[in-house]
Design a protein around this ligand. Sequence first.
Ligand code: NAD
Length: 477
Amino acid sequence: MSGPATGAAGVFQARDAHYIDGKWRPAAGEERIDVVNPTTEQIIGQVPAGDARDVDAAVRAARAALPGWAATAPAERGALLAAARELMSARRAEIAATVSAELGAPPAFAAAVHANLPISVMRSFATLAAEYEFEERVGNSRVFQEPVGVVGAITPWNYPLHQIVAKAAPALAAGCTVVLKPAEDTPLVAQLLAAILDEVGLPAGVFNVVTGLGPVAGQALAEHPDVDLVSFTGSTAVGRRIGAAAGAAVKRVALELGGKSANVVLPGADLAKAVNVGIANVFANSGQTCSAWTRILVDAERYDEAVGIATEAAAKYLPGQRLGPVVNAKQRERVRGYIRRGVEEGARIVAGGPEAPEGLGTGYYIQPTVFADVRPEMAIAQEEIFGPVVVLIRYEDEEDALRIANGTVYGLAGAVWGADEDAAVAFARRMETGQVDINGGRFNPQAPFGGYKQSGVGRELGAHGLAEYLQTKSLQF
Ligand code: NAD
């Protein structure tokens, strides 16, 4: 690695400061985090590694700003979010370039998803803020939906802006104030959002960003006594700790954790479409998607045909072109470890493998990998790998498929493909999971997103996502 290569085309320039109380404020300590481009392995900037003092300053600012923001008319809050959406739209290319630089996402994917998705989510909450019924009559009661208070948001690196907006936008729409601790690998797009919210004139202290390491700044935020709700997206291991700390303090918590989602191809479904869309779903974002359909379930009769289709589809994901690197060297080693483990467990590699892809000088690349002859109990069929790895599992009949689909600790997403839509819907209703796409149903940014079982607690997006940031009061008269 070399020194900071500043000013890469269109990439947001790192700020050596936290965004607290409407200002860029120097960090309390001296520690810094290097931001590394996963494609070039070059340092592209530095941000402060904040500590408990920075977090405390941000929480105080958020607390002080709360009464004023909570009292603002919802339509006015919506208008500020709409203005933020406008500015995000105007800076779309900069958002895409920044995520491309700090996450390694191929430019086309960064533009189509990493920039566009949070823009549409911001739009949906701008509208919801204006239209949501924050008040209703129940008999002789008037029932009010009030903001929960100060929100501590802790986010991961895999969809860095989307995951921030999916928390900050509903929190702000609800009248909450926010302290964000973004992932250490991808802090630049978080700083970019702070700059945007600053420019639209969000009142000081309503939205704050403290960059830093998880066990330091993240933990200080999660455990701060003056935070009313902790909203976390990331690994199940960290989520469990945050949930335990929140439980002990009797504060609200929302957890979006891992997944190992099933892509169930029912007999009679369009096999080529199901497998091709399934492979695209996993390999997009280099497999770093919590809701990815990483297990393809196919009936015994058509299993070999499905393996052939998946192998051919994987060959189209050339590392360095359509397939970007994973986020850092540690994740690359983790994913390669799983690929080796799959081989040791007796699964058969039909595409890819643990070796580095050929012909690429730098970058944390992994070959797009497909495993066949996978048994449901293998680690590669149970644990979240978070890389471009997909497993194909054979089932005997629909009951067997359901048992396999439901046979993990997770339940975040899934897919069902069937010639008969009603039968596919009936199957999906029996899946223990929060979201299922039937025959390639499109992603809906207003549909509730979140997990059953160990995939999490609570829902994000749309009206359900907004409700997470509200608490209920009833007055009788
Ligand atoms: P992580 O859970 O460690 O990090 C997520 C966020 O939590 C980051 O902002 C991090 O700084 C913060 N954090 C870490 N430790 C903390 C603590 N003790 N207290 C408070 N905050 C803390 O995830 P990771 O190490 O970046 O990735 C590891 C694995 O997690 C991945 O391989 C993947 O399986 C999973 N993951 C899932 C998602 C998801 O969207 N569900 C996202 C990222 C990672």
